[in-house]
Ligand binder design. Sequence first.
Ligand code: LMR
Length: 398
Amino acid sequence: MFENIQVAPADPILGLNDAYRNDPHPNKINLGVGVYKDELGATPILKSVKQAEERLVETEKTKSYLSIEGTEAYRKAVQELLFGADHDVITKQRAHTAQSPGGTGALRIAAEFIKKHMPGATVWVSNPTWANHQAIFQSVGLEVGSYAYYDAASKSLDFEAMLASLSQVPEGDVVLFHGCCHNPTGIDPTKEQWAQLAKLCSKQGFLPLFDFAYQGFGAGLEEDAAGLRVFLDQVQEMLIANSFSKNFGLYNERVGAITVICETSEHADAAFSQVKRCIRANYSNPPSHGAAVVTEVLTNPQLRSLWEMELQAMRTRIHEMRSLFVSTLRAKGVEQDFSFISQQNGMFSFSGLNPDQVAQLRSEFGIYIVGSGRISVAGMTKDNMEPLCEAIAKVLAN
Ligand code: LMR
């Protein structure tokens, strides 16, 4: 029965980890997957997370099932982080949140919900977007289209083209926005541009779906939620998929959430009951540990301030690596202007390197970056910067 199955292509991001692991190159560097590394090249557990785990070991009383949507405390903490504690959508009970296995799990639930309750809707994603977005929506049978976003010539957001594309999206379709730290370009709309997008959204009548995986990696926890909150002022309905993989370093615990916002609390109750149905038929109910850690950290003032300091340290280190990357490339004789990299947000730099150059970096130097030219700045260190920039200089000189 299985003899005619073809080998699937390697995943464009996670597949690089396997290739990297098997590469015998002595000085290999992995800048593929978006995983934060410290100055020693390690991905340690945050102190705030460790302390929360120690408390949980003491206080946890059962390993019985969670409810389909996860714990009340987690869901409340997530909403307060997304919207701010006293936001209207919380006080009016227009938002319901369910814990999910990572941001990807949240997107999958969103996809199933859209497929079932918005029949015929197309999901529009930015060009370019995270390499897994299309697969997630297509895997439930949704059509996926793309809207203009990035201008390769100026290495910036082509906002006019973005508005023009989104003006063509019909009522009842879905538009996916990256809440902050756009993956892969690192280029986000300004607050004014978010306001224009929200206005367009309410005029066109499409549903915004926010993928919010990097809160705190741009300018700060509050600042990074600005776009999302601008939308909340203008539109009545929204879906949000958020993740704690990056800002808590809880990659392998798979912690995220799916939030549905409706015009009234009655509509929200009904929509959420359907979200729960999707979850039940998918993975039944969420795993507990990661979300318990996040809840502990977000709700304990001392752990929370430790976490915010650790998050700020990660953000600052990435910014420093951006500047060092640009100056080291210059020092290695690269004439092309790479200064745009210091203006990008989040973990990634969209380098502009082409697929041949990416392939050469890998085969000759053991340097792994995503085929689109996306480099994980979060994996750069003072130690790997020299060989990295030297290799890029050589590849660019060809
Ligand atoms: C990335 O874009 O590198 C991360 O979001 C990890 C992943 O799952 O692709």
